[in-house]
Design a protein around this ligand. Structure first.
Ligand SMILES: O=C(O)c1ccc[n+]([C@@H]2O[C@H](COP(=O)([O-])O)[C@@H](O)[C@H]2O)c1
Ligand SMILES: Cc1cc2nc[nH]c2cc1C
Length: 354
């Protein structure tokens, strides 16, 4: 159902560079382990990038947008028209991620992966098989061909980003209704009830959340996708921007480009990517834990620990962008600190007493 490249092995993580980075960390002028998880981050990045000097300088941001037929069931606090309006806001520089991209010196590309926009929009790449998904409470969201197209959309975006020689990539998303879609995918992949995973998204109340969970559980049962293959889950209850991100993650890992994972929706796309192609797993770097209820469960399933937890629930790649300076600090420390020998600082004595 999906293109062959989706299943091709991702780049090898370099054990040689991991060992070299571990040895380098041990020589830096600090008590062993004193930089905590930043040490691990630098070591993993060195292994992923197969380099002695891990880098997080060039980090293009790509936002994939899509609309969701499921909004007809009253599952979002905001009108569907926000998706297209925010796409224009990203492109004209007024959205949170636009500000963060400028602050970080990152390029920002907006891809219409499946919004309801009838026409091409200025400053936005249009690359979609249809306008919006079907309402998955009544029929499958996508055809197999539409799903395959969305994966290619993700791969094409990564191929364009390669021109910037990225050290890392950040993928963001925009799509009113996409926390419902993501919760349906996550519930199906994890074999859990929507009650455990569905959150308040853009801000629905407790009654709205209970309704959202019922809509999801009924749809998962209707399509019979609890515990099904990721391909069937994405076709039945998926979203075009989510499938595009899934393809983009695999394509990035195949090109040895680590990805800083954003919030709930991007993490669900990452979980589907890992289920489709487990060799992309090491290339997923955590950023933040979103306020969306199910994010903790999805991060646990991905086996990653978030760097920060600031109750963000914006999406757009904003959590990853906010966490990027920590990754940059980890690299700068790894590459720039003096060793005990260079600085003439006495190291801890080796042996049992040391
Ligand atoms: O990234 C997150 O964790 C996150 C959590 C809640 C909401 N969002 C954003 O809000 C939109 C989806 O919310 P909703 O309520 O319409 O499903 C979508 O555009 C996401 O970018 C994002
Ligand atoms: C205004 C607005 C901005 C967003 N950015 C990402 N999701 C969003 C949802 C809304 C409603």
């Amino acid at each position: 159902m999906l293109p062959d490249w989706v299943y091709k092995k991702c780049a090898e993580v370099s054990a040689v560079h991991r060992e070299a980075a571990i040895a380098q960390q041990a020589q830096l002028t600090k008590p062993t382990g004193a930089l905590g998880r930043l040490e691990q981050l630098a070591i993993e990045l060195a292994a992923l990038q197969a380099t002695e000097q891990p880098r997080a300088a060039r980090v293009p941001i790509i936002i994939f947008a899509g609309d969701h037929g499921i909004v007809a069931q009253g599952v979002s606090a905001y009108p569907q028209a926000v998706t297209i309006a925010m796409m224009a806001n990203f492109a004209s520089g007024g959205a949170a991620i636009s500000v963060l991209a400028r602050e970080l010196g990152s390029s920002l590309e907006v891809v219409d992966a499946g919004s309801l926009a009838e026409q091409e929009m200025p400053g936005i790449v249009t690359d979609k098989p249809r306008n919006g998904t079907r309402d998955f409470s009544v029929e499958a969201a996508l055809t197999p061909e539409e799903l395959a197209f969305a994966f290619e959309t993700g791969r094409r975006a990564v191929a364009r980003a390669e021109a910037h020689q990225p050290d890392l990539l950040i993928f963001g998303e925009m799509g009113i209704g996409n926390t419902t879609t993501s919760a349906a995918i996550a519930a199906s992949l994890l074999g859990m009830s929507a009650e455990e995973i569905a959150g308040s998204g853009t801000g629905i109340d407790a009654a709205g959340r209970a309704h959202k969970a019922r809509v999801i559980d009924a749809a998962v049962a209707r399509h019979g996708v609890a515990g099904a293959s990721p391909e069937n889950i994405l076709r039945a209850v998926g979203g075009l921007e989510i499938a595009a991100i899934c393809g983009a993650i695999i394509a990035a890992a195949q090109r040895r480009i680590p990805v800083l994972i954003d919030g709930f929706i991007v993490s669900v796309a990452a979980l589907a990517a890992v289920r489709l192609n487990p060799s992309c797993q090491p290339f997923l770097l955590p950023s933040h834990q979103s306020a969306e209820q199910g994010h903790r469960l999805v991060l646990r399933a991905l086996n990653v620990q978030p760097l920060i937890s600031l109750d963000l629930r914006l999406g757009e790649g904003s959590g990853a962008a906010i966490a990027l300076p920590l990754v940059r600090s980890a690299c700068a420390l790894h590459n720039g600190m003096a060793t005990f020998a260079q600085a003439n600082v006495p190291d801890r004595p080796s042996g049992p007493a040391g």
